[in-house]
Design a protein around this ligand. Structure first.
Ligand code: GLN
Length: 188
């Protein structure tokens, strides 16, 4: 199996994911055009500004190609990327990819000044993670086939549905690769 992971590089915090992947010995490819998805075995949609990412997904013709890719390959959506994974968003400017059955609430944890490092309890590891929430979205209306993988103050902050994972905090900004590792282990 080909182990190259694509990182959608239209806008936002994509570079740090490349570093997390390379620390785990995984090849990453920055994706700026739909054709570059071919040959990738997974895709990360990074954090950034979901209104901009949504617009650029439309403008560069990524909408259908990502949906088709996600039928066979796992997608990891982080923060704004998580918003793009939802099937509903509380902001009509965003056309979500609807890869997972939940509703995303933008800026649920407040504005930029309310950014914080939160202690996250993982379902798959006994050691919690301290990770940044940066204008992070909330998760609501979880359908019953969604698995909760991590919580912060008893609220879901990392969820899985089939092979896809969405999370509201930024695992690429910490010196801890457990989140990426978990996703990769689930995918291979
Ligand atoms: N608040 C941003 C949005 O709604 C997401 C922030 C982030 O990705 N760190 O798009």
């Amino acid at each position: 199996m080909n182990n190259t992971v694509g990182v959608l590089a239209l806008q936002g915090a994509y570079q740090k994911h490349v570093e997390s992947l390379s620390r785990l010995g995984v090849k990453a490819r920055l994706i700026r055009q739909p054709a570059e998805l071919s040959g990738c075995s997974g895709l990360i949609i990074p954090g950034g500004e979901s209104t901009t990412i949504s617009l650029l997904i439309q403008e560069y013709g990524f909408y259908e190609p990502i949906k088709a890719f996600a039928e066979n390959c796992p997608v990891l959506g982080v923060c704004a990327g998580m918003i793009m994974m939802a099937n509903e968003v509380d902001d009509a400017r965003i056309v979500p990819l609807a890869l997972m059955p939940f509703k995303a609430l933008r800026n649920y944890y407040g504005r930029q000044v309310h950014s914080f490092n939160g202690e996250i309890i993982l379902s798959f590891d006994s050691e919690p993670i301290k990770a940044p929430f940066i204008r992070a979205p909330g998760i609501e209306e979880l359908s019953s086939d969604i698995e909760i993988l991590a919580t912060h103050n008893n609220e879901a902050v990392m969820i899985a549905s089939g092979k896809h994972i969405a999370l509201s905090f930024h695992p690429e900004l910490i010196d801890d690769t457990r989140i990426h590792e978990y996703w990769l282990n689930r995918m291979y």
